[in-house]
Design a protein around this ligand. Structure first.
Ligand SMILES: NC(=O)c1ccc[n+]([C@@H]2O[C@H](COP(=O)([O-])OP(=O)(O)OC[C@H]3O[C@@H](n4cnc5c(N)ncnc54)[C@H](OP(=O)(O)O)[C@@H]3O)[C@@H](O)[C@H]2O)c1
Length: 397
Protein backbone atom coordinates (compact mmCIF):
# COMPACT_ATOMS: atom_id res chain seq x y z
CA UNK A 1 0.00 0.00 0.00
CA UNK A 2 1.32 3.44 -0.91
CA UNK A 3 0.85 6.07 1.77
CA UNK A 4 0.97 9.85 1.81
CA UNK A 5 2.65 11.27 4.89
CA UNK A 6 -0.05 12.05 7.45
CA UNK A 7 -0.77 15.68 8.18
CA UNK A 8 0.51 16.47 11.68
CA UNK A 9 -2.22 17.03 14.24
CA UNK A 10 -0.03 18.84 16.76
CA UNK A 11 2.56 21.49 16.14
CA UNK A 12 4.77 21.16 19.18
CA UNK A 13 7.90 20.98 17.05
CA UNK A 14 7.31 23.92 14.70
CA UNK A 15 8.45 27.50 15.06
CA UNK A 16 5.55 29.69 16.25
CA UNK A 17 5.47 31.81 13.06
CA UNK A 18 5.38 28.75 10.80
CA UNK A 19 2.74 27.26 13.08
CA UNK A 20 0.46 30.29 12.79
CA UNK A 21 0.98 30.40 9.04
CA UNK A 22 -0.06 26.73 8.66
CA UNK A 23 -2.97 27.24 10.99
CA UNK A 24 -4.29 30.19 9.00
CA UNK A 25 -3.89 28.29 5.74
CA UNK A 26 -5.80 25.35 7.15
CA UNK A 27 -8.70 27.53 8.32
CA UNK A 28 -9.05 29.55 5.14
CA UNK A 29 -8.47 26.71 2.69
CA UNK A 30 -11.39 24.61 3.82
CA UNK A 31 -13.87 24.91 0.94
CA UNK A 32 -16.92 24.27 3.07
CA UNK A 33 -15.29 25.03 6.32
CA UNK A 34 -16.69 28.35 7.38
CA UNK A 35 -16.82 27.28 11.04
CA UNK A 36 -14.04 29.07 12.92
CA UNK A 37 -11.74 26.93 15.00
CA UNK A 38 -12.35 27.85 18.61
CA UNK A 39 -10.20 27.87 21.69
CA UNK A 40 -11.15 24.24 22.30
CA UNK A 41 -8.09 23.35 20.24
CA UNK A 42 -5.66 25.20 22.50
CA UNK A 43 -3.24 22.88 24.18
CA UNK A 44 -0.11 23.72 26.13
CA UNK A 45 0.00 27.16 24.52
CA UNK A 46 -0.22 25.81 20.98
CA UNK A 47 -3.24 25.71 18.73
CA UNK A 48 -4.24 22.34 17.37
CA UNK A 49 -5.23 21.90 13.74
CA UNK A 50 -8.70 20.44 13.40
CA UNK A 51 -8.84 17.03 11.76
CA UNK A 52 -10.41 17.54 8.33
CA UNK A 53 -13.23 15.07 7.88
CA UNK A 54 -15.16 13.74 4.90
CA UNK A 55 -18.33 11.61 4.98
CA UNK A 56 -19.36 9.46 2.01
CA UNK A 57 -22.98 8.29 2.21
CA UNK A 58 -23.73 11.43 4.21
CA UNK A 59 -27.44 11.40 3.33
CA UNK A 60 -28.21 8.17 5.24
CA UNK A 61 -28.95 7.50 8.90
CA UNK A 62 -25.39 6.84 10.05
CA UNK A 63 -24.17 9.70 7.84
CA UNK A 64 -26.61 12.03 9.59
CA UNK A 65 -25.51 10.76 12.98
CA UNK A 66 -21.84 11.35 12.08
CA UNK A 67 -22.68 14.94 11.18
CA UNK A 68 -24.70 15.44 14.37
CA UNK A 69 -21.64 14.42 16.41
CA UNK A 70 -18.90 15.96 14.28
CA UNK A 71 -20.43 19.42 13.88
CA UNK A 72 -19.84 19.90 17.62
CA UNK A 73 -16.54 18.09 17.82
CA UNK A 74 -13.89 20.35 19.37
CA UNK A 75 -11.02 19.07 17.22
CA UNK A 76 -12.61 18.05 13.92
CA UNK A 77 -14.10 19.96 11.03
CA UNK A 78 -16.39 18.42 8.43
CA UNK A 79 -15.20 19.66 5.04
CA UNK A 80 -16.72 17.18 2.56
CA UNK A 81 -20.07 15.39 2.56
CA UNK A 82 -20.79 13.15 -0.41
CA UNK A 83 -24.08 11.91 -1.82
CA UNK A 84 -24.81 10.41 -5.23
CA UNK A 85 -28.44 11.49 -5.28
CA UNK A 86 -28.32 14.89 -3.55
CA UNK A 87 -25.14 16.50 -4.88
CA UNK A 88 -25.65 20.28 -4.97
CA UNK A 89 -28.31 20.23 -2.22
CA UNK A 90 -27.72 21.64 1.27
CA UNK A 91 -26.99 18.91 3.80
CA UNK A 92 -29.52 20.43 6.22
CA UNK A 93 -32.27 20.06 3.60
CA UNK A 94 -32.26 16.29 4.15
CA UNK A 95 -31.01 16.23 7.77
CA UNK A 96 -33.58 18.65 9.16
CA UNK A 97 -32.26 18.76 12.76
CA UNK A 98 -29.09 20.33 11.31
CA UNK A 99 -30.98 23.37 9.94
CA UNK A 100 -29.17 26.53 10.99
CA UNK A 101 -26.17 24.55 12.20
CA UNK A 102 -24.29 24.00 8.94
CA UNK A 103 -23.99 25.42 5.47
CA UNK A 104 -22.40 22.26 4.09
CA UNK A 105 -23.58 21.18 0.63
CA UNK A 106 -23.50 17.60 -0.70
CA UNK A 107 -20.92 16.88 -3.37
CA UNK A 108 -20.25 13.86 -5.57
CA UNK A 109 -17.71 11.45 -4.05
CA UNK A 110 -14.47 12.25 -5.89
CA UNK A 111 -11.51 10.48 -4.23
CA UNK A 112 -8.94 12.82 -5.83
CA UNK A 113 -10.65 15.91 -4.44
CA UNK A 114 -11.28 14.22 -1.09
CA UNK A 115 -7.57 13.38 -0.80
CA UNK A 116 -6.58 17.04 -1.11
CA UNK A 117 -9.15 18.20 1.45
CA UNK A 118 -9.54 15.46 4.05
CA UNK A 119 -7.35 13.74 6.63
CA UNK A 120 -9.95 11.05 7.28
CA UNK A 121 -13.07 9.81 5.54
CA UNK A 122 -16.01 7.93 7.01
CA UNK A 123 -17.71 5.54 4.61
CA UNK A 124 -21.38 5.28 5.59
CA UNK A 125 -22.55 3.27 2.59
CA UNK A 126 -24.07 -0.21 2.15
CA UNK A 127 -22.07 -3.43 2.13
CA UNK A 128 -19.94 -3.84 -0.98
CA UNK A 129 -19.95 -0.11 -1.80
CA UNK A 130 -16.91 0.69 0.39
CA UNK A 131 -14.29 -1.64 -1.05
CA UNK A 132 -13.18 0.25 -4.15
CA UNK A 133 -13.40 3.76 -2.72
CA UNK A 134 -11.56 2.66 0.45
CA UNK A 135 -8.78 1.13 -1.67
CA UNK A 136 -8.45 4.34 -3.68
CA UNK A 137 -8.47 6.60 -0.61
CA UNK A 138 -5.87 4.42 1.14
CA UNK A 139 -3.71 4.58 -2.00
CA UNK A 140 -3.97 8.37 -1.86
CA UNK A 141 -2.94 8.39 1.80
CA UNK A 142 -6.27 9.29 3.40
CA UNK A 143 -7.26 7.45 6.57
CA UNK A 144 -10.55 5.60 6.35
CA UNK A 145 -13.20 4.42 8.82
CA UNK A 146 -15.72 2.13 7.12
CA UNK A 147 -19.04 1.83 8.96
CA UNK A 148 -20.14 -1.07 6.75
CA UNK A 149 -19.09 -4.68 6.67
CA UNK A 150 -16.39 -4.60 4.00
CA UNK A 151 -13.37 -4.40 6.31
CA UNK A 152 -14.53 -6.18 9.46
CA UNK A 153 -13.21 -9.64 8.60
CA UNK A 154 -9.52 -10.40 8.51
CA UNK A 155 -9.93 -13.41 6.26
CA UNK A 156 -11.41 -13.06 2.74
CA UNK A 157 -12.77 -16.63 3.01
CA UNK A 158 -14.76 -15.62 6.09
CA UNK A 159 -16.13 -12.67 4.14
CA UNK A 160 -17.15 -14.95 1.27
CA UNK A 161 -18.74 -17.46 3.69
CA UNK A 162 -20.97 -14.85 5.37
CA UNK A 163 -21.66 -12.52 2.45
CA UNK A 164 -21.62 -14.95 -0.49
CA UNK A 165 -19.34 -12.71 -2.56
CA UNK A 166 -15.64 -12.32 -3.21
CA UNK A 167 -13.84 -9.42 -1.56
CA UNK A 168 -12.47 -7.18 -4.32
CA UNK A 169 -9.53 -5.93 -2.20
CA UNK A 170 -8.45 -8.85 0.01
CA UNK A 171 -4.95 -7.33 0.16
CA UNK A 172 -6.34 -4.61 2.47
CA UNK A 173 -7.89 -6.97 5.02
CA UNK A 174 -4.67 -7.83 6.84
CA UNK A 175 -3.98 -4.11 7.43
CA UNK A 176 -7.54 -3.20 8.39
CA UNK A 177 -8.16 -2.96 12.14
CA UNK A 178 -11.43 -4.11 13.72
CA UNK A 179 -12.47 -0.89 15.42
CA UNK A 180 -13.74 -1.99 18.81
CA UNK A 181 -11.58 0.33 20.96
CA UNK A 182 -12.17 -1.67 24.15
CA UNK A 183 -10.53 -4.64 22.42
CA UNK A 184 -8.09 -3.13 19.89
CA UNK A 185 -7.24 0.34 21.19
CA UNK A 186 -3.51 0.30 20.43
CA UNK A 187 -4.00 -1.11 16.92
CA UNK A 188 -6.68 1.51 16.17
CA UNK A 189 -4.26 4.31 17.14
CA UNK A 190 -1.92 3.21 14.33
CA UNK A 191 -4.58 2.18 11.81
CA UNK A 192 -4.98 3.69 8.38
CA UNK A 193 -8.11 1.66 7.66
CA UNK A 194 -10.65 0.77 10.34
CA UNK A 195 -13.56 -1.64 9.91
CA UNK A 196 -16.08 -0.20 12.35
CA UNK A 197 -17.94 -3.04 14.12
CA UNK A 198 -21.56 -3.92 13.47
CA UNK A 199 -24.21 -2.82 15.95
CA UNK A 200 -25.17 -6.26 17.30
CA UNK A 201 -21.54 -7.44 17.55
CA UNK A 202 -20.61 -4.28 19.49
CA UNK A 203 -23.20 -5.02 22.19
CA UNK A 204 -22.43 -8.74 22.31
CA UNK A 205 -18.63 -8.51 22.31
CA UNK A 206 -18.62 -5.86 25.03
CA UNK A 207 -21.00 -8.05 27.05
CA UNK A 208 -18.98 -11.28 26.85
CA UNK A 209 -15.40 -9.97 26.80
CA UNK A 210 -14.68 -9.96 30.57
CA UNK A 211 -15.88 -13.57 30.89
CA UNK A 212 -14.23 -14.94 27.74
CA UNK A 213 -10.93 -13.35 28.76
CA UNK A 214 -11.24 -14.66 32.31
CA UNK A 215 -11.83 -18.18 30.93
CA UNK A 216 -14.87 -18.84 33.13
CA UNK A 217 -17.38 -19.54 30.32
CA UNK A 218 -17.48 -21.92 27.36
CA UNK A 219 -16.79 -20.02 24.08
CA UNK A 220 -18.26 -22.92 22.12
CA UNK A 221 -21.69 -22.41 23.71
CA UNK A 222 -22.76 -18.77 23.30
CA UNK A 223 -26.47 -18.10 22.74
CA UNK A 224 -27.61 -14.59 21.84
CA UNK A 225 -31.09 -13.12 21.50
CA UNK A 226 -31.11 -9.46 20.56
CA UNK A 227 -33.57 -6.75 19.58
CA UNK A 228 -33.01 -3.78 17.32
CA UNK A 229 -34.92 -0.62 16.49
CA UNK A 230 -35.88 -0.05 12.86
CA UNK A 231 -33.15 2.53 12.10
CA UNK A 232 -30.75 -0.42 12.22
CA UNK A 233 -31.92 -1.26 8.71
CA UNK A 234 -30.97 2.12 7.25
CA UNK A 235 -33.11 4.69 5.49
CA UNK A 236 -34.09 2.72 2.38
CA UNK A 237 -37.79 1.80 2.68
CA UNK A 238 -38.85 -1.87 2.55
CA UNK A 239 -42.16 -3.61 3.45
CA UNK A 240 -40.79 -5.07 6.70
CA UNK A 241 -39.98 -1.53 7.93
CA UNK A 242 -43.26 0.05 6.78
CA UNK A 243 -45.05 1.58 9.81
CA UNK A 244 -48.24 -0.56 9.75
CA UNK A 245 -46.13 -3.71 9.48
CA UNK A 246 -43.54 -3.02 12.15
CA UNK A 247 -45.52 -1.11 14.77
CA UNK A 248 -47.10 -3.20 17.59
CA UNK A 249 -45.09 -6.11 16.21
CA UNK A 250 -41.99 -8.08 17.15
CA UNK A 251 -40.42 -10.27 14.50
CA UNK A 252 -37.33 -12.45 14.37
CA UNK A 253 -35.29 -12.41 11.18
CA UNK A 254 -32.16 -13.99 9.71
CA UNK A 255 -32.82 -17.31 11.51
CA UNK A 256 -30.42 -19.14 11.64
CA UNK A 257 -27.10 -17.68 10.59
CA UNK A 258 -27.57 -13.90 10.60
CA UNK A 259 -24.41 -12.42 9.09
CA UNK A 260 -23.36 -10.67 12.29
CA UNK A 261 -22.79 -14.12 13.80
CA UNK A 262 -19.47 -14.41 11.94
CA UNK A 263 -18.29 -11.10 13.35
CA UNK A 264 -19.17 -12.20 16.89
CA UNK A 265 -17.28 -15.49 16.43
CA UNK A 266 -14.25 -13.70 14.97
CA UNK A 267 -14.23 -11.28 17.93
CA UNK A 268 -14.50 -14.02 20.55
CA UNK A 269 -11.75 -16.02 18.82
CA UNK A 270 -9.53 -12.92 18.90
CA UNK A 271 -10.17 -12.56 22.65
CA UNK A 272 -8.90 -16.14 23.04
CA UNK A 273 -5.77 -15.32 21.04
CA UNK A 274 -7.05 -17.21 18.00
CA UNK A 275 -7.22 -20.66 19.62
CA UNK A 276 -10.12 -22.78 20.87
CA UNK A 277 -13.52 -23.63 19.47
CA UNK A 278 -16.01 -20.77 19.23
CA UNK A 279 -19.68 -21.13 18.40
CA UNK A 280 -22.39 -18.47 18.57
CA UNK A 281 -26.09 -19.08 18.02
CA UNK A 282 -27.71 -15.70 17.33
CA UNK A 283 -31.30 -14.64 16.66
CA UNK A 284 -32.04 -10.95 16.05
CA UNK A 285 -35.50 -9.37 16.35
CA UNK A 286 -36.96 -6.20 14.89
CA UNK A 287 -38.91 -4.22 17.51
CA UNK A 288 -41.09 -1.14 17.05
CA UNK A 289 -38.77 1.64 18.15
CA UNK A 290 -36.53 3.97 16.15
CA UNK A 291 -33.17 3.28 17.73
CA UNK A 292 -31.55 0.99 20.26
CA UNK A 293 -30.19 -2.53 20.67
CA UNK A 294 -30.73 -4.81 23.64
CA UNK A 295 -28.74 -8.06 23.66
CA UNK A 296 -29.34 -10.96 26.05
CA UNK A 297 -26.47 -13.44 26.03
CA UNK A 298 -26.58 -16.88 27.64
CA UNK A 299 -23.13 -18.26 28.50
CA UNK A 300 -22.30 -21.72 29.93
CA UNK A 301 -20.28 -21.29 33.15
CA UNK A 302 -17.20 -23.50 33.40
CA UNK A 303 -16.60 -22.48 37.01
CA UNK A 304 -18.73 -21.28 39.90
CA UNK A 305 -19.50 -17.57 39.65
CA UNK A 306 -22.08 -15.63 41.65
CA UNK A 307 -23.82 -12.53 40.33
CA UNK A 308 -21.69 -10.41 42.65
CA UNK A 309 -18.52 -12.10 41.28
CA UNK A 310 -19.66 -11.56 37.70
CA UNK A 311 -20.41 -7.87 38.21
CA UNK A 312 -17.11 -7.37 40.05
CA UNK A 313 -15.29 -9.02 37.14
CA UNK A 314 -17.00 -6.69 34.66
CA UNK A 315 -16.29 -3.63 36.81
CA UNK A 316 -12.63 -4.53 37.06
CA UNK A 317 -12.38 -5.23 33.32
CA UNK A 318 -13.99 -1.93 32.31
CA UNK A 319 -12.72 0.31 35.11
CA UNK A 320 -10.84 2.66 32.75
CA UNK A 321 -13.29 2.53 29.83
CA UNK A 322 -15.01 5.85 29.09
CA UNK A 323 -18.04 4.32 27.36
CA UNK A 324 -18.83 1.03 29.08
CA UNK A 325 -20.96 1.35 32.22
CA UNK A 326 -21.32 -1.71 34.42
CA UNK A 327 -24.67 -1.76 36.21
CA UNK A 328 -25.00 -3.30 39.67
CA UNK A 329 -27.44 -5.88 41.01
CA UNK A 330 -30.35 -3.46 41.21
CA UNK A 331 -30.50 -2.31 37.56
CA UNK A 332 -30.69 -3.81 34.09
CA UNK A 333 -29.66 -2.12 30.81
CA UNK A 334 -32.35 -0.24 28.89
CA UNK A 335 -32.22 1.14 25.36
CA UNK A 336 -33.84 4.43 26.38
CA UNK A 337 -31.11 5.16 28.90
CA UNK A 338 -28.37 4.98 26.25
CA UNK A 339 -30.36 6.51 23.34
CA UNK A 340 -28.37 9.24 21.62
CA UNK A 341 -25.23 8.48 23.64
CA UNK A 342 -22.04 6.53 22.99
CA UNK A 343 -22.50 4.42 26.13
CA UNK A 344 -22.85 0.67 26.29
CA UNK A 345 -24.57 -0.39 29.52
CA UNK A 346 -23.80 -3.96 30.63
CA UNK A 347 -24.46 -6.26 33.56
CA UNK A 348 -24.66 -9.98 34.34
CA UNK A 349 -26.70 -12.40 36.44
CA UNK A 350 -25.63 -15.88 37.47
CA UNK A 351 -28.26 -18.64 37.26
CA UNK A 352 -26.91 -21.55 39.37
CA UNK A 353 -29.97 -23.70 38.58
CA UNK A 354 -29.05 -23.91 34.86
CA UNK A 355 -25.31 -23.29 35.16
CA UNK A 356 -25.71 -20.28 32.89
CA UNK A 357 -24.45 -16.74 33.14
CA UNK A 358 -26.91 -14.25 31.63
CA UNK A 359 -25.23 -11.13 30.27
CA UNK A 360 -27.21 -8.08 29.20
CA UNK A 361 -26.06 -5.14 27.08
CA UNK A 362 -27.77 -2.08 25.62
CA UNK A 363 -26.48 0.46 23.09
CA UNK A 364 -27.81 2.98 20.61
CA UNK A 365 -27.29 1.23 17.27
CA UNK A 366 -26.59 4.54 15.52
CA UNK A 367 -24.10 5.82 18.12
CA UNK A 368 -21.98 3.18 19.94
CA UNK A 369 -23.23 0.76 17.25
CA UNK A 370 -22.08 2.98 14.36
CA UNK A 371 -21.30 6.73 14.18
CA UNK A 372 -20.23 7.33 17.81
CA UNK A 373 -17.86 4.39 17.77
CA UNK A 374 -16.52 5.58 14.39
CA UNK A 375 -15.73 8.99 15.92
CA UNK A 376 -14.16 7.26 18.95
CA UNK A 377 -11.92 5.44 16.47
CA UNK A 378 -11.08 8.68 14.66
CA UNK A 379 -10.14 10.28 17.98
CA UNK A 380 -7.71 7.41 18.66
CA UNK A 381 -6.27 7.49 15.13
CA UNK A 382 -5.43 11.19 15.44
CA UNK A 383 -4.14 11.22 18.99
CA UNK A 384 -7.15 13.18 20.29
CA UNK A 385 -9.00 12.74 23.55
CA UNK A 386 -10.83 9.45 22.94
CA UNK A 387 -14.10 10.89 24.25
CA UNK A 388 -13.96 14.19 22.35
CA UNK A 389 -17.36 15.05 20.87
CA UNK A 390 -18.93 12.01 22.54
CA UNK A 391 -19.70 13.10 26.08
CA UNK A 392 -23.41 13.74 25.58
CA UNK A 393 -25.61 11.64 27.88
CA UNK A 394 -28.33 11.41 25.22
CA UNK A 395 -31.99 12.17 25.68
CA UNK A 396 -34.29 10.82 28.39
CA UNK A 397 -37.13 9.98 28.64
N1 LIG B 1 -28.18 1.83 10.65
C1 LIG B 1 -27.44 1.30 11.60
O1 LIG B 1 -27.87 1.21 12.78
C2 LIG B 1 -26.06 0.79 11.31
C3 LIG B 1 -25.28 0.33 12.38
C4 LIG B 1 -23.99 -0.15 12.13
C5 LIG B 1 -23.52 -0.16 10.82
N2 LIG B 1 -24.30 0.28 9.79
C6 LIG B 1 -23.74 0.22 8.45
O2 LIG B 1 -23.47 1.57 8.03
C7 LIG B 1 -23.65 1.67 6.62
C8 LIG B 1 -24.65 2.79 6.35
O3 LIG B 1 -25.87 2.46 6.99
P1 LIG B 1 -27.09 3.45 7.07
O4 LIG B 1 -28.03 2.88 8.07
O5 LIG B 1 -26.62 4.85 7.22
O6 LIG B 1 -27.71 3.26 5.60
P2 LIG B 1 -28.62 4.27 4.77
O7 LIG B 1 -29.46 5.09 5.68
O8 LIG B 1 -29.29 3.44 3.73
O9 LIG B 1 -27.56 5.24 4.08
C9 LIG B 1 -26.59 4.79 3.19
C10 LIG B 1 -26.26 5.90 2.21
O10 LIG B 1 -25.31 5.39 1.28
C11 LIG B 1 -25.59 5.90 -0.03
N3 LIG B 1 -25.57 4.75 -0.94
C12 LIG B 1 -26.52 3.82 -1.13
N4 LIG B 1 -26.10 2.89 -2.01
C13 LIG B 1 -24.86 3.27 -2.40
C14 LIG B 1 -23.92 2.74 -3.31
N5 LIG B 1 -24.15 1.62 -4.00
N6 LIG B 1 -22.73 3.39 -3.45
C15 LIG B 1 -22.47 4.52 -2.76
N7 LIG B 1 -23.35 5.07 -1.90
C16 LIG B 1 -24.52 4.45 -1.72
C17 LIG B 1 -26.97 6.54 -0.01
O11 LIG B 1 -26.82 7.91 -0.24
P3 LIG B 1 -26.96 8.55 -1.71
O12 LIG B 1 -27.90 7.67 -2.49
O13 LIG B 1 -27.51 9.90 -1.43
O14 LIG B 1 -25.58 8.55 -2.26
C18 LIG B 1 -27.49 6.33 1.41
O15 LIG B 1 -28.02 7.51 1.97
C19 LIG B 1 -24.15 0.31 6.13
O16 LIG B 1 -23.06 -0.43 5.63
C20 LIG B 1 -24.67 -0.34 7.40
O17 LIG B 1 -24.60 -1.75 7.37
C21 LIG B 1 -25.55 0.77 10.01
Amino acid sequence: MEHRALAPVFFFDLEPVQMLHDYAKAVYNHPNGSRPVTGAGLERGFRRMPVRVGVIGGSGYTGGELLRILLHHPDAQVVYVASRTQAGQPVAASHLPLLGLTELVYEPADPGSIATRCDVVFLAVPRGASMDVAAELCRLGVRVVDLGTDFRFRNPETYRYWYGADHRHPELLADAVYGLPEMNREAVRKARLVGNPGCYPTAVLLGVMPFIKAGCVDPADVVVTAMSGVSGAGSTPAPMYHFPECTENVQAYGVPGHRHTGEMEQGIAAMLGGGGQVSVSFVPHLVPMSRGIQATIHLRLTEKLTTADAIALMQEHYRFEPFVRVLGENRLPQTKVVAGSNFCDVTARSDPRTGRLIVLAAIDNLVKGAAGQAVQNMNLMFGLDEAAGLRSPGLYP
